[in-house]
Design a protein around this ligand. Sequence first.
Ligand code: NDP
Length: 465
Amino acid sequence: MSEPVVYEGAGVAPGMAPLAGSEDLEAIYHAVVRRNPAELEFHQATREVLESLSIVVAKRPDLAQRKIIERICEPERQVIFRVVWQDDAGEVQVNRGFRVQFNSALGPYKGGLRFHPSVSLGTIKFLGFEQTFKNALTGMPIGGGKGGADFDPKGRSDDEVMRFCQSFMTELYRHLGEYRDVPAGDIGVGAREIGYLFGQYKRIANQYESGVLTGKGLGWGGSLVRKEATGYGAVFFLNEMLRARGLSLEGRRCIVSGSGNVAVYTVEKLHQLGAKVVACSDSSGYVYDEAGIELDLLKQVKEVERLRISAYAERRAGTRFVPGGNVWEVPCEIAMPSATQNELNGRDARMLVSNGCIAVAEGANMPTTPEGVRVFQEAGVAFGVGKAANAGGVATSALEMQQNASRDSWNFEYTEQRLAQIMKDIHRTVYETAEEYGAPGNYVLGANIAGFLRVAEAMEAFGLI
Ligand code: NDP
């Protein structure tokens, strides 16, 4: 993958269109930039949604009258806190924790926690903003939020991770609750971290509140399919996009960036549905495996031993590790960016198009830059935007909440079937919305408009809050 980019200046990245025909939207965007200085990823995410809304403002002037768009761009609450902990050498470490409770019009705040050294308020705000519309698209009763810390779990012992999680939750717990705010995992936060976080919440709150976190272990309130859900869901969405074009996944050559939770289960489902993944990556480079990525080995290297992706190539004959390499240079028909934001730029998109790529589904949040999106759309590539394509993770989190509320646990087949149906429904909603607003096949526009309308209509019902 390309080195993720951060845009300079006012956050209008290459490839972003002017906010056509709407001075009001341009003014709203500039107010967002002024009010949230230096939060470039948040500017980028806001701009992308505003670009889709000019058409809605023209059709639904009622919605613009009571500053609904300005209200939606402003988080309901932002919490920033100090996290102090001791490493194994006894050194005191100081990190910064965040929780942005973006919008609760449709339900309790819901969205993951990210532990990565790059995390800043702008990162969490962009993710919380995206999450609000994504969660609305699932049709489930969940609002949008996101959190995390600039803590790097890489190279830390289990005990260090535990002490960090305990300190983090000691502040965060007061903002959570199964009817208030329900976090889950994201980059750097998997089953191990959710375990430590849940343990500390349970200890402080003195109650076994299963529904306060999702992504829990199967033995203590977790849901089958949650671990697989984002990757599986993204492939289900991709499959729907291909079907809408009369195509299928069978025999397709694919690239998946990253090798974390989303990437691993994207590879698994692509293989189950007859496609072949020939490359995946991490931040150190990519591996190329013409025979098709060997899933058990990938899981052993990444999930069990937590090693760098090069260990995969060291253990499997006929494969190649390309240190620092850009995974998008590998020819493929299908690309699934599943690592991080802005990992696929305009140049990468042009390379993919000229190598014969026909479809892209985003497992990660905002992995394609605005210029990359434009290149794909102009080339007629089916482009499944993250807030629709990767909504299967949070949707299955909502299924986990349902199981917790009813003290029940469902089997794998039933839960996967529910996920598959949800992804089908999201595809239909987004597809039909794009058609209704005169942009057939434009999943970015369809997702932004459909998500926005669900949130905006609920907010309207509540009056000026
Ligand atoms: P993981 O931490 O499990 O994996 C992240 C993967 O992406 C790793 O391979 C990591 O490589 C790579 N990566 C992360 N940051 C960078 C970076 N700055 N540069 C290069 N590579 C990077 O995270 P997830 O799989 O959970 O999340 C991946 C994406 O999917 C994120 O955008 C997340 O927001 C999104 N997402 C996740 C959901 C979930 O349920 N987990 C739900 C919906 C979206 P390395 O180990 O070398 O850092």
